[in-house]
Write a protein that binds this ligand. Sequence first.
Ligand SMILES: Nc1ncnc2c1ncn2[C@@H]1O[C@H](COP(=O)(O)OP(=O)(O)OP(=O)(O)O)[C@@H](O)[C@H]1O
Ligand SMILES: [Mg+2]
Length: 279
Amino acid sequence: MTARDRLRAIFGIEDPIIFPIPESSPELDLRHGVILYLEGISVSFDGFKAIDDLNLYIDDGELRCVIGPNGAGKTTMMDIITGKTKPDSGSAWFGGTIDLLQMDEPGIAEAGIGRKFQKPTVFEELIVHSNLELAMAGNKAAWPTFLARLDDGQKDRINETLKLINLESLTKTKAGSLSHGQKQWLEIGMLLMQNPKLLLIDEPVAGMTQQEMERTAELLTSLAGSHSVVVVEHDMDFIRSIARKVSVLHQGRILAEGTMDEVQNNQQVIEVYLGEYPC
Ligand SMILES: Nc1ncnc2c1ncn2[C@@H]1O[C@H](COP(=O)(O)OP(=O)(O)OP(=O)(O)O)[C@@H](O)[C@H]1O
Ligand SMILES: [Mg+2]
């Protein structure tokens, strides 16, 4: 029986997505305290410059918020960091030694960059606990043997993550029955099982209730320090509740950077963005 057949027998999954294998990560050099360097990055689509000479530096353990109008290039920036889009020029380094532009998407994920898209992608038919187990197992070929026996360390990690993502009381609930916000947390939990050093999170609170938003703010804040986190979001109340340093992206480049107060009072930022999304 192939690994896939056994998986199908256990879970009824037809074609599970492939998780990266976090086994052989290249060495991440954080001696300078900076985990991500983007320098002079530009990319055009059909002559339109979506990213235009972008410079962005993220510190190790930092929680950075990125805001900016629709079409400013925020998602494209994440596409470049994760290898989905290759820039026309510039450089992108993960720590001091890992050249992201020389790597493909799975390699970048393995190196320790996790990405959360806006729409949650969990295994709806599986219970919460199994979703985390599979995410921890990595490559689907390893799933059947992995699932046969979790050691105490692995069980502890899953339990810690369940607590962190506020799903401790729902471990046996099918992911498909969770609320939208709970699915988002589960997906963040699944990312965490792969031990990323840098997490990129695109519009996490869209569609969430106020209470879910507050819990998400606590979750992301608690991840900073042990992880570096880049959050893109339009919801200004949410941004204000988590923001330390905010970067404002406009027409593919950084328009302003600073505390929420600083960017909120920046005249250019008010003109291009905050006029539309008043604080
Ligand atoms: N693959 C692509 N092909 C063509 N144009 C693209 C592609 N990806 C992005 N763009 C364009 O690049 C610009 C930046 O888009 P991007 O999605 O990065 O913006 P954004 O800041 O994430 O906006 P939003 O806040 O609406 O999510 C847009 O004008 C978009 O249409
Ligand atoms: Mg976007």
